[in-house]
Design a protein around this ligand. Sequence first.
Ligand code: AMP
Length: 553
Amino acid sequence: MDIIGIDLGTTNSVATVYTENGLKHISFDGDFLLPSVVNVSDEGVIVGIKAKNMAMIAEDNTAISVKRVIGTDEKLTLNGKEFTPEEVSSFIIKKIITTAKQEMGTEYKRCVVTVPAYFNENQREATSQAVKLAGLEVLRVINEPTAAAIAYGADRDDEMMYGVYDLGGGTFDISIIENSEGLIEVLSTTGDNNLGGDDFDNKLATLIWEKSEFDIPLTKKLKIKLNQVAEKTKISLSSEDSVDIDEKFFAKREGEPLHLEVKVTKEEFEELIQKDIDKTIDLLLDTVEEANCDIDELEAIILTGGSSRIPLISNKILERIGKLPILIEDPDKSVSIGAILQGAMIEGVDTDSILVDITPYSLGTSALSIDYSMDEVLSKIILKNTPVPTSKTSRYHAVVEFQEAFKIDIYQGEDEDNLEQNYKIGDMLLKVKEPVEDGAIDVTFSLNQNGMLSVIGKEIHTDEIINGKFKTKISKSTQHSKVKEMDILSDHDQTIIAKIDKVLDSDILDEDKDDLKELRAKYVSAKSEEKESLEEEIIDTIFFLEDSIANGV
Ligand code: AMP
């Protein structure tokens, strides 16, 4: 089967394939988690743990957490070149498929990719573009908690209703699922596209920085290093009551090294994230209400996503809901497993399960308020939590005689009274072929199984179909030839060496130059197993030298 399941995460990505012997997770530098980090230099593009390490010495050429800006018109400048978020994401997917080909000997051509359930239309479209740019066909886009539900429920015969609580690196999603006789039905879904482990890292980093009492500016470079320490500390605090951070040579002041020696307790960390966790539980309760069910009807709350390992989450759910949630054995893998199982279902390999997913948002158009206040309001066409695929039609009457065109503004959201509280996903102009005195058109909104929207109009007078151009923020894939031609480097020796040479060319002390030259020579002749620790040393050395140059010492 040439299908690959991809969980394109904010912090890490995971890919799973279907083999005769069962499911297999693709391995990247010895780990199934591929850090979603991209580094672009003159030498080429690197993705994963090596790019994450490079972030410390090449922060301007490295993209971290690109998923947070996918579907926006923000551009990322890496090594002097401008990229869209979907282009940067396509590098991550390219890395996945080239590694999968090397490992499995199969050329994967189609993919089931996952997105947070609460991703809007532009974010879904941009994710889809990223897949296509990497040269893959998008077989299906599915929601992450739905994928986790498939992984959990696909082989269960028992009828049950459960919640899937998915807290990852950058997003939170909650879905209520009903399983019966192989039917996995999503009843309601809610979330927050800007809440996840990255936010906890930021909060913890601020605390650690305050406690350090370092009297130096927190540069962008240092902030990256500090966040990496914060993430490590956060993960340790999931199993320990306190952590003694001991990072020697963390920074420099006036040429003297500063060691980061700070103690953080679990209690302090929990205090920082308390409100965020409460918010996720409020959303969980809202989602249960939207599913028209009672919290007692839920047989379980399944926790997935890396951040769900934080013990405060289980404790809070138990405290507020009275249920002890179930942590999926491998919460980092379940979304990717669900993606490939969905691929297998589509291919008919595993026909026992059928998935019915829903739209997490209402979709509609702007309209004038019927109270003649002339305020613009949201007129919903497809309602939140409607199963997909679906199609709904609404009639629009002309406001002037012989009106030649209808401009349709398309919105996503729930606030019917305040249009500006909703998210505008695009607009289209429907030109009428035969304008008449009292013209009208029918506008049909169709959502496909990927949760993606298409809109067409029909002239009432002539029954003629009008296809307007649906303008969104996302440009189309074929225009992005530059990333299609850029290959992903399988190793990054040349990137490291080029970086060393650049630093050697800069204005540093002779003794530092000699040290660096020595490291360079060792690195060039090192065996591959020795390279990892040497790289760490090189990165630390360069980090210090550049920090000194930046601070003029
Ligand atoms: P995901 O997007 O599901 O891969 O989740 C990634 C997030 O989970 C990152 O913010 C990680 O720091 C976080 N994470 C992974 N393991 C743990 C852990 N044991 N405790 C707390 N957070 C974790």
